[in-house]
Ligand binder design. Sequence first.
Ligand SMILES: [Zn+2]
Length: 111
Amino acid sequence: MAEQIVVQLRSEIDVGSFTYELRHGKAVTDDLASGTRFSEISGYLKRISLDDTLSEQQQDNDFIHEVVHAINQVYLDGELEERQVKCVSNGFHQVLKQLGVTFRLQPSEGG
Ligand SMILES: [Zn+2]
């Protein structure tokens, strides 16, 4: 089994020359649940919202998925369609997991 590498995420992540805010916690989870989503990205507000109540595996998948969306926005003018973003991010998730790389959100007040 590969060495485990846990990447502790900060509250922001840079993609290209843009800084995206990484948001999570109860208010974010409630907001996402109202739209029956696990995660979302706003290219306009430059922020990524993640449900931190899901399994660590699901959170990893969602984080990678939204980062691929950000890369798509910044470097590809949004040319990739949802299905393509999903396929690329699922592929990255599988390869990173195989290498023992996982991501953890910062603890947030209120869950
Ligand atoms: Zn998506």
